[in-house]
Design a protein around this ligand. Structure first.
Ligand SMILES: NC(=O)c1ccc[n+]([C@@H]2O[C@H](COP(=O)([O-])OP(=O)(O)OC[C@H]3O[C@@H](n4cnc5c(N)ncnc54)[C@H](OP(=O)(O)O)[C@@H]3O)[C@@H](O)[C@H]2O)c1
Length: 486
């Protein structure tokens, strides 16, 4: 007997893409997900919601005992069977073939529906390329500490360059030490650092967050990640989601927000109270970190210059940058110096920017050069924890001397979970001072394609994975409304 694992969803999100029959628009099925074992060619009931026929879902993977991989194949309109057909075709096909067969049964709360299923997570069992990512049925995470929160319905998560690097093994030496596990014992490992979702359970010490709250979070890299139906986070990592954002929009923010907070607020010590009138340069203004950094600094009254490709000028000016300089310009240094030197330089690009930055930083002890691309982890990967730690400390010392000889300060910064930062950023979002900037959104089952998009580079904002198939919202994309009129 051939058995297929079928996983899918019938969501409001679909209405954006294909015309639906009235029955499918039934509010009872909004947000519904199904995940079922089905014999091919048979009508199955996905209790308690829907009955449909699996004739358009072909087995790509037999299911031997103990292997839980959800995978679907669809027959396209040309008759070919394929795995990664575009969402539009996939849904269109599903509806075209099945709309007369789909009928809705009684509805139940999504919470009780979720409880009846094993949660799914994208996990890796080894480091490597995208083929290591497997959609897997896993154990329901359980609250073990008083300050933990279970986010049962992860609505959306973002994919960051760090996820792609971690998939390939970057940081494993350091993170395994922090996790207290031997190499290899970290698997199966769920990647993903941030998400937006709904709290269903809280630890007994949790006070400010309650069941049912919409939250967003950046979680510590030592935990199991957010490319999953269910995530555990601590109260230090979670904040209430801004009420004016969809979960998709909200998920684009926590990781880049806490990264910028770490660089600007914690390391450079630039805060709302002392920021007004300062001049900042963001090297790399058009990606996830840069598009958020522009808005945060602008909101605090900083004059912001960025480097980016010329085709991103509209985006960065729309977000509030005062000056943008094409990093491919042969006169980049002169152009960046046109308005004087900088109190703060945030480097999201790498060491290649350092010699130029020495000439751009103000010759004052308070002037800060903060790089987010520090050699710390690379050194540990190459040389091991002790020797790598030593060599990176030496590098930090030498670079600090180079900058301090001119009067400025050289610093490294790392993304840190920070519930205070999320709370402050939520206020700025609700005040309309910070907007989500999303390059592209992918369905949860297409996570490998989302990783490919991040790997391809040239991002304009964030890549977000729509885990619970929620409302896409109206975030900033290619066509950028100006947030600030100069
Ligand atoms: N230390 C930490 O904890 C931490 C945290 C977050 C991120 N990071 C690191 O910070 C870096 C940026 O992250 P991200 O999420 O913003 O990446 P991203 O979303 O991929 O954005 C990178 C942006 O830089 C632009 N770019 C490429 N080369 C450039 C150059 N020479 N000058 C100016 N812009 C350039 C790219 O567009 P075009 O190529 O089209 O110009 C793209 O828009 C990554 O290396 C990431 O690993 C570190």
């Amino acid at each position: 007997m051939r058995i297929a694992v079928v996983r899918g969803s019938l969501m409001t999100g679909l209405t954006n893409r294909v015309p639906l029959s009235d029955s499918i628009r039934s509010p009872n099925v909004d947000g519904m997900r199904f995940n079922v074992l089905a014999k091919l060619g048979e009508a199955v009931t996905v209790r308690p919601y829907v009955t449909f026929v699996v004739h358009n879902c072909h087995v790509s993977q037999l299911r031997p005992a103990g292997v839980n991989v959800a995978q679907r194949l669809y027959r396209g309109s040309n008759g070919n069977i394929s795995r990664n057909i575009p969402r539009k075709t996939q849904h269109h096909h599903l509806l075209q073939h099945d709309k007369t067969l789909i009928r809705f049964c009684s509805s139940k709360s999504s919470a009780s529906q979720s409880q009846s299923q094993s949660p799914l997570a994208w996990q890796i069992g080894q480091y490597g390329g995208n083929s290591t990512l497997k959609l897997t049925e896993c154990q329901m995470p359980v609250i073990k500490k008083a300050n933990e929160v279970l986010i049962k319905q992860v609505h959306a998560a973002s994919v960051n360059p760090i996820d792609v690097k971690n998939r390939s093994g970057y940081g494993a030496v350091f993170l395994n030490k922090a996790r207290g596990v031997k190499p290899g014992d970290e698997f199966p490992l769920t990647l993903g650092r941030d998400c937006s979702g709904v709290v269903a359970e809280i630890g007994r010490g949790v006070r400010d967050i309650k069941e049912g709250d919409n939250v967003w979070t950046t979680i510590n890299a030592v935990r199991q990640g957010t490319f999953a139906d269910y995530v555990i986070a601590t109260t230090d990592e979670v904040g209430l989601k801004p009420s004016n954002l969809t979960h998709i929009e909200a998920a684009s923010i926590p990781y880049v927000a806490t990264t910028n907070w770490s660089a600007i607020y914690a390391v450079a010590k630039i805060r709302p109270a002392n920021a007004l009138g300062k001049r900042a340069l963001i090297l790399g203004g058009s990606g996830g970190v840069g598009t958020f950094g522009i808005q945060l600094l602008k909101a605090w009254g900083v004059n912001v210059t960025v480097t980016c490709s010329e085709n991103a000028f509209d985006l960065v000016y729309g977000l509030g940058a005062h000056h943008a300089v094409d990093y491919k310009s042969p006169n980049i240094l002169e152009e960046l110096l046109k308005h004087g030197q900088y109190d703060l330089i945030v480097n999201t690009i790498g060491e290649s920017m350092e010699d130029m930055s020495v000439k751009l930083i103000k010759e004052k002890a308070y002037a800060q050069y903060v790089t987010l691309v520090a050699p710390f982890i690379d050194e540990m990967e190459k040389k091991g924890l002790f020797a790598g730690g030593l060599s990176s400390s030496l590098m930090l010392f030498q670079k600090s001397r180079k900058f301090s000889a001119l009067g400025g300060t050289y610093r490294w910064a790392f993304a840190q979970p920070n519930s205070f930062a999320l709370k402050e950023v939520a206020k700025l979002v609700e005040d309309g001072k910070i907007k989500p900037v999303i390059d592209e959104t992918f369905d949860f089952q297409d996570l490998p394609a989302a990783f490919e998009r991040v790997e391809k580079g040239h991002l304009r904002g964030k890549v977000v994975v729509n885990v619970a198939h929620g409302d896409l919202g109206s975030h900033v994309t290619g066509e950028v409304p100006r947030l600030f009129d100069e």
